[in-house]
Design a protein around this ligand. Sequence first.
Ligand code: PMP
Ligand code: GLN
Length: 390
Amino acid sequence: GLLKGGRARPSVFAQMSARALAHDALNLGQGFPDDPPPVAVAEAAIEAIRQGRNQYPPGIGEAGLREAIAEHQSRFYGLSWDPADEVLVTTGATEALAATILALVEPGDEVITLEPFYDQYAAIIALAGGIHRTVPVTSSTDAGSGDLVLDVSPEALRGAFSERTRLVLVNTPHNPTGMMLPAESLQAIVDEAVRHDALIATDEVYEHLTFGAAHQPIAALPGAQDRTVSISSAGKTFSVTGWKIGWITARAELITAITGVKQWLTYSSGAPFQPAVAVGLGMPRSAFQELAADLRERRDLLTDGLREIGFRVSVPAAGYFTVADAGPLGEPAADALAERLPTEAGVVAIPLSAFYRDGDAGEASAYLRMAFCKSRATIEQALEQLDAWA
Ligand code: PMP
Ligand code: GLN
């Protein structure tokens, strides 16, 4: 019917942002930053509009941005891509994911994701007529720190693959946990994909927002580059989630197939933002590190504060979010808690169940995801209100 099996419902992020507005609550739900973009990036967009770069750009993206994407992949990861036919500019990582899955997955093909996963994955796999298989990301708790330690069991991974597996979709750094998959898990995924001649798509939108160890792109692992579609976005790195500029790197045949779908989705993507994102991608390494260091301070502010209030907190290694267990506060059901928090504490958070296929977070059902990509003032105020509530 018209509702396409419930996929026409607003996403959990849209619902929770609406609750924040309705109750005038602080929004630690949806992951968008309070910060402005780097000045040079913002100025480049304004200048591009003044210069009249306001009409349809090439469907595959402005040449200057495609070159900047290829150069960035080479500088940070040693990966070499031809900007002429191995790079595609998209309308955010969202369109990149949708066009990739719609291009590569035929009805009845199996697609593996890790679980928990970013909610869009399940919706697009369903739109493509694919069959969604999940592999649990096991998250043991480090006894010393209380942090989550992600792992993918080789047995569970092997069990998820079959002769119908077309695509395995990976996300590292990982939303919602803020953790990075260990290189051994990534290599195990590559090895299984090779064994079953499956493709890999990898969502790496948090690649630059790391707080210790550097990001490991799966395409740089042995055997991976030819079968991997790497997806990223300007939104998180440069604090421009509303610009909706993302990109894909993959071998030419895959880019051609994905471009074929992209042309029917959006045809092309935000003209004046493309030269601005090229400026961002060309920043020196130290400028990327400053962005992450600044975010790291707010991570610490939120995680330290939540721990003092009594949550059991996992300190994330990357990204926008921490996950906090409300069990020690006598709140074992994060779903119900997330419903009450906007009115009881004036704070919006996302229950981890939103990232599970059947809405059952199992052992993580007391966890809330909270965003720290917000201003210090917002985080301090939210902590004060949560402390008064707890
Ligand atoms: N993938 C992940 C893991 C995300 O968290 C998000 C959004 N925050 C996206 C994709 C979508 O990215 P974009 O805003 O560039 O469309
Ligand atoms: N990726 C953002 C998050 O996880 C939300 C983006 C959206 O609302 N679709 O919060």
